[in-house]
Design a protein around this ligand. Structure first.
Ligand code: PAF
Length: 288
């Protein structure tokens, strides 16, 4: 365990972390254990999840692990930003109690062959375009849950499908963990914060800010009485193309229970998009 000047304790080994958790669990009147799993390159979106955890009160634990099995694109994994010292400084600033940075070989040992699959919820949206991605996510998340044994875990709503899949997994597998969603944090331009934004060129960064503008346009159209899914989606695709956002992976309007599309859009449904700018894939969503 490496103790830095501040109160943040950084732990790399799974066995050390499990021993620590055992001690925390055995404490009299113990405080809740709150986990915020991340892949690092922390931005204000992550920090807002941590602040949410701090407000609950308890032991705040962040993890940083770039999980190779959730990347269906090798280049995406290779180019994923790493800003470890900056991340540590940010977590220090927020007085996070523990930071877990496991080594890959400690997480996926030789002959690792077990995965967790949440079936139907991955048929649409990102699941349709990133084969194996959500199996990778649920597998690492359940491993983190087993190591950290949190009472509460917090995930961002920007990755809405991920959040809904994790909630389903927790319910289906009878895990005693409360899953909380944290709101999407945006730049002043409306662009949803993402670790991948760092990789955008200046021109594409500007174009990316039109994504939220488009989502808001769809919401306004829905609020003014237009409720045919096909029309709302086509209008948005047209808008994106007119703004130079032509490499669209999907535009879907889904309900939040099953992530399924319906011909008629209802209040509470979500418009979700994924598109590429250069090689960078961005996602965003907005509740209607
Ligand atoms: O949202 C992320 O950063 C990742 O998918 C997560 C939940 C940390 C699992 O690797």
């Amino acid at each position: 365990m490496l103790k830095r000047k501040s109160s943040l304790k950084i732990i790399n080994k799974v066995s050390t972390f499990k021993n620590l958790i055992k001690k925390l669990h055995n404490k009299k009147n113990r405080k809740p254990i709150i986990l915020i799993p991340t892949m690092g390159a922390l931005h204000q979106g992550h920090l807002s999840l941590i602040e949410k955890g701090k407000k609950i009160g308890g032991y705040t634990i962040a993890s940083i692990f770039i999980n190779p099995i959730q990347f269906n694109d090798k280049n995406d994994l290779k180019n994923y930003p790493i800003t470890l010292q900056d991340d540590i400084d940010k977590l220090n600033g927020l007085k996070v109690d523990y930071l877990f940075i496991p080594k890959i070989e400690d997480i996926f040992g030789k002959n690792f062959q077990t995965t967790v699959t949440v079936n139907d919820l991955q048929k649409n949206l990102c699941g349709m375009h990133r084969p194996g991605h959500f199996n990778g996510v649920t597998t690492i998340v359940i491993k983190l849950f087993n190591i950290v044994k949190p009472d509460i875990a917090i995930f961002g709503k920007k990755d809405l499908q991920q959040l809904i899949i994790i909630k389903r997994m927790v319910k289906d597998l009878n895990l005693d963990i409360k899953i909380i969603g944290g709101k999407t944090i945006r730049e002043r331009s409306g662009l949803a914060l993402s670790s991948r934004n760092k990789l955008l060129t200046k021109t594409n960064y500007h174009k990316a800010s039109k994504i939220y503008l488009g989502l808001k346009m769809t919401k306004n159209q829905f609020l003014s009485g237009k409720n045919k899914s096909i029309n709302l989606k086509n209008n948005l695709i047209k808008f994106f193309k007119s703004e130079g956002l032509s490499n669209i992976e999907y535009v879907q309007i889904v309900n939040q229970e099953k992530l399924e599309e319906n011909a008629i859009v209802k209040k509470g449904d979500v418009i979700a998009v994924a598109l590429k700018l250069g090689k960078i894939r961005l996602i965003d969503n907005l509740k209607l």
